[in-house]
Design a protein around this ligand. Sequence first.
Ligand SMILES: [Zn+2]
Length: 123
Amino acid sequence: MSTITALAYRTKHRIDNRWWDFLAVLNGYCNDRPVKTGVPGQGGGYSHTRCALPRGHDSVHRSRNYVWGENGKTMYLPVEDFPSQPWGRHPTSTLRQARNARRWHAEQSARRKFVRLDRGEPY
Ligand SMILES: [Zn+2]
């Protein structure tokens, strides 16, 4: 797959996800997601997961058999009649999530470089 084709697919997937998120909110779903910032180690679950409970629900967020709280850490908690949304999302990060992840990786790289320089190692 060429780079242009990959970029086109990523853009299409982001537009699809935005549209389905819009429809979900319009149809009264909570639509919270466990992956919020895109920074590795924060949140949990899959990037395409969205809460399928009605907006304003009192319990933890749920999609199918997984639940999560405000920190996004997911837990498997099966129920017989699990809720799900009619729109499946693409596992594509949002622009903000991608930007946060890039920034996080750059910070980690800078830290590793600093440690190597501090030890007198070549970088
Ligand atoms: Zn929810």
